[in-house]
Design a protein around this ligand. Sequence first.
Ligand code: NAP
Length: 501
Amino acid sequence: MDGTTQFDAVIVGAGFGGMGAAIALKRLGMTNLVIVEREDDLGGTWHVNRYPGLAVDIASVTYSYSFEPNPHWSRLFAPGSELKAYADHVADKYDLRRYMRFGAVVSGAHWDDDARHWVVSIDGQEPVTGRYLLTATGFLSQPHLPDIEGIDSFAGRVVHTTAWDDTIDLTGTRAAIIGTGATAVQLIPEVARKASALTVYQRTPIWVVPKLDAPIPAVVRRLFAKVPATQRAARAVSDGLLEGLMVTAVLHYKQAKILNKIAAAASRLFLRTQVGDAKLRRALTPDYDFGCKRPTFSNSYFRTFTRRHVNLETTSIDHVEADGIVTVDGRKTEIDTLVLATGFNLWDVNFPAIEVVGREERNLGKWWRDNRFQAYEGVAVPKFPNFLTLASPYSYSGLSYFTTIESQMAHMTRLFGEMKRRGADVFEVTDQANAHFLDRMTANLDDSVFYAGSCSTSRSYYFNPQGEAALLRPTSTANAFKEANSFPLDDYTLSSPAVVG
Ligand code: NAP
């Protein structure tokens, strides 16, 4: 590396994605790294989210790096605090903290063709330069604040679930929660335990299946620690179940509709066992196919609505006043605290999360919007040399975020390994390879519940504003790994200063 480039790589984001990228680069011998992070600590979503009830809803043996199993999970589905502790452990074990700069808000990055490096702008700081740029900015990192009339005039506290802190005590208060997504499914039973009255504003019901959760007995944890193969076996079982439920039933809807229907029937049956009132059951039953939006797992969500002080409100909100919420039929519910479990803005502000300008002044956000959202193998885009975008269209493996990260790490290993072999310092994916990948993913989606099923009423963030389900990678997890380890190397042009310059 010449003297004008500060870092081998600039990684944006110190969550599990950014840490996975750093581990992969270190294994490849790149140790001159910087990880820039807007928050004040590492862990990404598991640092930011602290709402009551926060836990993984993918079994912890699966929701973790396969190369760093954690035998100490207290439950099958670990609480959020254990995920944060696990992130801290990984950062320490792989010596990643030394690279991290917290409170560093990246405003943009542009490729300098002459210097053959990225220039990354950071608010209030000197820009940094890196041979490679990797953005690991997550999918669910930009909170969505609903534009409801009068919300600013509310006299009590309004809090989005990502802004929860320990000073919020809802004991004995009248609370309202807007939203019934995966976050609300975890939060609602917890708030109902404390609040004297809880009104939940539901716009779209969600599919909920039982969560097969339990404490992991100490003897099993000791076994996992002593004989790691036993935990690997548990992971294989969990991966297999999730691949069936979250991947095959969703992405191969055409071929395996029965799996999808069984999952929906299981949810309906579960609801029947939890809620006696037929009207309430109807209100809680989705009218779109299972998997159109992310299914959720909970043993207490449905039942909570049968409690006397909990009210499910399905009439649309008209406006908020200083002391309550008014629905379009003119009814007002007086409340003390308003909780926004309204999710995240993916498509407008997260793709990409920062302004990225590549060769020939191509602006990634504009190009995606003008030419469809796309990224070769969910990581690379033509005219963006030396850039891997890890939170991309078609990158998210439906199984677990960790399978996404690890397949991307495998992609990096193959790509950077070849660059090293050829003495190259710049890579760029070809237009042809990128177009071919997009065509394949588009064709695969025809089999999915998104296109072959009934999703029009789901309001799912899996769909972009153009109506394309461009978030999940529509292949099996095994295929994602196979391609990461074997993609044609001439899908990239590799160059070195001696050849090009
Ligand atoms: P979400 O799934 O996008 O849900 C947001 C909810 O807010 C929806 O019910 C939405 O209704 C509602 N909403 C938004 N704006 C509204 C408005 N103006 N008026 C009324 N309702 C409004 O967000 P989330 O629950 O935060 O979950 C996001 C993702 O995070 C999940 O899908 C999951 O992948 C992840 N997550 C994971 C875990 C875990 O344990 N691993 C836990 C929590 C979350 P509509 O559906 O009608 O738009």
